[in-house]
Design a protein around this ligand. Structure first.
Ligand code: SAJ
Length: 468
């Protein structure tokens, strides 16, 4: 088949490569000319993805994957563009000046009852709405090329009913005979850093607007997915995707709440979680300085958007996780004797370990909060280009080390060498990542999120949680 993948980001590009490897003729489209120019020269715009470079090289060289800035007529269109979120007001203003509504939901574009945009009994989480402008632009772009019998698949994460109310509706407004076009939602579920393997091996949920749409879309995915391809309807597929990420967000919020409980009680919550997880039906995720990335920190809002009054738990979880950067600052102040240190070396800008992706990274909120309080901040990250610099440069003159991302590279930090550079020898580990004892032996006062300030306990290889 001829396939057009619109959006060559961290999901769209590997997908285009895999579809091409499966024998289809693929055209990859992106509005970003510099991405297209790079790819046309065989240079990749995505790094830190196992197996992607080899795969991309092979399909680009074979000609099975071509790249362009505009779509062409094909059999299957796959839309894999970003769906960020925006404060409700910004989306509403955009909707007011646009001829097409971002989401034709029953409650209208404002979506949320009450003058403050929140459900009456809802928690005080600001209303964020899905920004579907990229999806709409992609659909308008492919409209001139869509023919009867074509399959249009939306992979971007969206609020329930978007495939019908936005994708199909926009095509219809563009004059396409949508009755004879097939539509499906096939949410991507891959973990950044492991995308190529997960795209092939993960089970795939595929929901069409009609049973025949589902059948055809499932058939297509089976040509390159080894995991099970499970059919459902489009709205269910849309909800499933949001549920998966919300499940994680709520679980992490619970872990973060217990982290604060651990700090109050002087109990190391990391140890408590390890022990609780020995129960066969308990599986806590890990606390940390907040939830980043463009998925888990975003998707719960898409549910709150369409069902604001019945999602207090989901909204509260967001609030808890969004509060973690502020909590990290409180701990840092405690560690430094009540006031924030004047200079801080931040280790880790990426939103999670061993990736170069820093979208929605809680590190930036921590840095913003520190700088707002006139703290001088130096940032290091071996995976984020602008923070890739000698570690000594970042540590020199700092009063405290603040570990925000648990990159493997930080395991080999030498506490003694760091101790010679860091003036007040303070260390706050927000990821439960570093073993405290060697740092304490090197003269550091150590705090750990989820445990508080760690006492030095001679004869014990690990510092015990104090009541800090
Ligand atoms: N985090 C914690 N504690 C944990 C796990 C994660 O604080 O125990 C934080 C991470 O540090 C990070 C954020 O949460 O800042 C998200 O990281 P993640 O590894 O949990 O997830 P993502 O955002 O990289 O990818 C998720 C995955 N979803 C699920 O596991 C349900 C992935 O499969 C999805 O495809 C992806 O979202 C997406 O695109 O939606």
């Amino acid at each position: 088949m001829r396939v057009c993948v619109i959006g060559l980001g961290y999901v769209g590009f590997p997908t285009a490569c895999l579809v091409a490897r499966a024998g289809h003729e693929v055209i990859g489209v992106d509005v970003n000319r510099s991405v297209i120019d790079r790819l046309a020269q065989g240079r990749l715009h995505i790094v830190n993805e196992d197996g992607l470079a080899e795969l991309a090289e092979a399909v680009l060289r074979s000609g099975r994957l071509r790249v362009a800035t505009v779509p062409e007529p094909v059999d299957v269109f796959i839309i894999a563009v970003p769906t960020p979120f925006r404060p409700a007001q910004a989306v509403d203003e955009a909707a007011a000046t646009s001829t097409s509504s971002p989401l034709d939901r029953p409650q209208g574009a404002a979506g949320l009852p009450g003058p403050d945009g929140r459900g009456p009994a809802g928690p005080s989480e600001p209303p964020f709405l899905a920004d579907l402008s990229f999806v709409e632009a992609a659909v308008r772009g492919l409209a001139p090329h869509v023919k009867p019998g074509n399959l249009v698949i939306l992979e971007s994460t969206v609020p329930p009913r978007t495939t019908e109310d936005v994708v199909r509706a926009t095509l219809e407004r563009e004059g396409v005979d949508v009755a004879r076009v097939r539509f499906a939602h096939a949410p991507e579920r891959v973990l950044p850093g492991n995308v190529v393997r997960e795209l092939v091996d993960n089970d795939r949920i595929v929901g069409g607007l009609t049973p025949e749409d589902t059948r055809l879309a499932c058939e297509f995915y089976r040509t390159f997915v080894r995991g099970e391809v499970v059919g459902t309807d489009a709205a269910t597929a849309e909800l499933v995707k949001l549920m998966e990420n919300t499940f994680r967000d709520v679980n992490i919020a619970l872990a973060n709440e217990f982290a604060k409980v651990g700090e109050v009680l002087g109990i190391d919550v990391w140890e408590a979680i390890r022990l609780a997880n020995r129960h066969p039906r308990v599986n806590f995720l890990r606390p940390g300085p907040g939830v980043g990335g463009h998925c888990i920190a975003v998707d719960p809002y898409f549910i709150a958007e369409v069902a604001p009054t019945v999602t207090p738990l989901i909204q509260t979880a967001r609030m808890v996780n969004r509060g973690m950067p502020g909590h990290a600052l409180e701990l840092l102040a405690d560690l430094a004797g009540g006031r924030l240190p004047g200079r801080v070396a931040v280790l880790g800008a990426a939103y999670k370990a061993d990736v170069g992706d820093d979208r929605e990274s809680p590190s930036y909120e921590v840095i913003r909060l520190l700088e707002e309080r006139a703290v001088k901040v130096a940032v290091h990250d071996p995976h984020v280009e602008r923070f890739r610099k000698p570690l000594e440069e970042v540590l020199a003159g700092a009063e405290a080390i603040l570990l925000l991302t648990d990159h493997r590279a930080y395991r080999s930090l030498d506490p003694c060498a760091a101790g010679r550079l860091v003036a007040r020898r303070l260390l706050l580990d927000t990821r439960g990542f570093l073993e405290a004892a060697p740092w304490q032996a090197a003269g550091f006062r150590v705090a750990r999120l989820g445990a508080g300030i760690l006492e030095v306990s001679p004869g014990n290889s690990e510092g015990r949680a104090g009541s800090g």
